[in-house]
Design a protein around this ligand. Structure first.
Ligand code: AMP
Length: 252
């Protein structure tokens, strides 16, 4: 598969990664969420200097925290890409964004690329086998020991199981961050960017696919004691703070 290794994932970097001072009370930053059913939850050690309350120092050689392995979960237009890019910069952890990898594949002009492009434009999900291959290929080029933030993967139960297999060697996930946003707000955000009926149809298709295929992963990861939910219906910086707090603190 013609995938070019690329350090970045194509996300537009945020204006600033400085979340500034914030409350360290996770209850203040997170919405109500059902308690984790799994018993395996433990606070995550963030790299030195990267906390909800302070500036990051991801490049610091004294950064001795263990690598973070994090999955971002949430509906389309929840802000996962923006937040993943901010957190990646703040924590100094490489990111993998399947939407970007697949867009690159789609632009390659190969038969596979054309097929992927058609699926993406329809709002559907690219088939698990193709996505798994793209992700495996990319992860081979990434030093998993540095940790990673996955954005847009897994999106199906089968992908989650593939990921568990891939990680068997690298170590288990530390956390799954769910950015929760009400559907009306997601629609509003999406439609504010495009106008045609076509666009609305695709937006609704994406939301339906999310509900049917991806939402069940919330329960899956909750049962594993990994889920941390954050309210994504607030300003970008607040969401960023809440995500850091959710990584550090016990879920409410
Ligand atoms: P995103 O930029 O994450 O919204 O992804 C854009 C499109 O890429 C999605 O609507 C899907 O068609 C496809 N895609 C991204 N990630 C996946 C995945 N993990 N599984 C299947 N399709 C995906």
């Amino acid at each position: 598969m013609p995938l070019t290794p690329e350090p970045g994932t194509g996300h537009v970097p945020p204006k600033t990664a400085d979340f500034g001072p914030s409350s360290t009370d996770p209850c203040a930053a997170s919405p109500a969420v059902a308690p984790a059913e799994g018993a395996g939850w433990a606070p995550v050690a963030l790299p030195m200097g990267a906390s909800a309350a302070g500036r990051p120092d991801a490049a610091s050689p004294s950064n001795a925290a263990p690598p973070l392995r994090v999955v971002f979960l949430g509906p389309p237009n929840a802000g996962k890409g923006t937040q993943a890019a901010m957190l990646r910069e703040k924590l100094g952890v490489p990111g993998i964004t399947t939407g970007d990898l697949l867009r690159r594949e789609a632009a390659s002009g190969t038969a596979l690329g054309l097929r992927v492009k058609g699926i993406m434009e329809s709002g559907g999900l690219v088939d698990d086998a193709t996505v798994d291959e793209v992700v495996r290929e990319h992860l081979r080029q990434v030093d998993l020991r540095r940790g990673f933030l996955l954005d847009g993967y897994p999106r199906t139960r089968a992908q989650a199981e593939t990921l568990a297999g891939i990680l068997a060697a690298a170590g288990p996930l530390d956390a799954v961050l769910l950015i929760a946003v009400p559907e009306e707000e997601l629609l509003r955000r999406a439609l504010a960017r495009g106008r045609s009926d076509d666009r609305e149809e695709v937006v609704r298709a994406r939301l339906r696919v999310y509900r049917e295929e991806t939402e069940p992963l919330i329960g899956y990861y909750r049962r594993l004691g990994l889920l941390r939910e954050v309210d994504g219906n607030q300003p970008i910086e607040e969401v960023g703070r809440a995500l850091l707090a959710a990584l550090e603190a016990h879920p409410v």
